[in-house]
Design a protein around this ligand. Sequence first.
Ligand code: B12
Length: 216
Amino acid sequence: MIHDYFKAFMTFLKREDKPGAVMYALKLIEENTLTIEELYLNVLAPSLIHFECEEKDEDVCIWKEHFRTSIIRTILESCYVHVLTLVKNVKPNHIKVMMLTPAFEYHEIGAIMNTHFMLLEGFDAHYIGANTPKSEILSAIRTYHPDYVALSVTNPYNLVVTKQTTDEIKRFFPEVGILLGGQAFKDPALFEHLSYTYILKDLNDLKAFGKKVSHV
Ligand code: B12
């Protein structure tokens, strides 16, 4: 069934029909056809992850990918209003999380989605931004006093900067927990040397983490 919504959504994306795609996705939420989690994980995420470009010209493929990402981003920002409405019925756990992507990491859709998932699980979650330099992360921790910093990392090359960042967080703010998530954490050999509190692979891990910290 969800696959039919995905297929219908893809017809808008393939035509680069932004108004059509945005209205279709929002209607699925407003009419309670899908939950936020279902829309993000079964419709929006696969539309990016399985992006295939049939054009021969690589430049055309690049702008098409950028345009598609901008459509998804608009949908996510529009869904934030619905997330806020839903959160009114969620018991807060009073745990503050600061989500971001580290320096050089531009892939931010997963970070935004998971910030919304955290809000829906009762966290006081804030998405700070993409490509965030180490010094700004430390400054934000100093000002914001989060319980956890969550780093979303897609490109394994960025695990070097992730290690530098997490080492500094541990050094200056040992009381702050570190959450890691994203495609870069598929191969444990690549991140065994990193300092972290939890690696969260998906929504199930996030929910389990929420349960664990709520009962402390
Ligand atoms: C959109 C996109 C871009 C956009 C990003 C725009 C933006 N504002 O985010 C732009 C055009 C900027 C881009 C640039 C590049 N990209 Co790119 N990009 C993609 C694409 C098509 C989709 C990524 C995406 O948003 N996926 C959807 C989200 C929802 O998935 P996700 O991030 O994995 O998140 C999920 C989980 O991982 C998890 N998660 C993520 N973070 C967190 C955090 C927590 C706490 C938790 C609990 C869970 C969690 O939850 C999400 C939902 O399940 C992928 C293709 C792919 N297969 O993913 C390539 C891809 C990621 N890109 C790739 C590459 C190589 C690049 C470039 C280097 C290309 C270049 N030569 O310039 C640059 C790098 C830029 C940089 N410095 O970061 C490669 C990475 C290969 C690799 N493994 O290293 C991919 C896989 C394409 C490919 N097949 O080669 N890209």
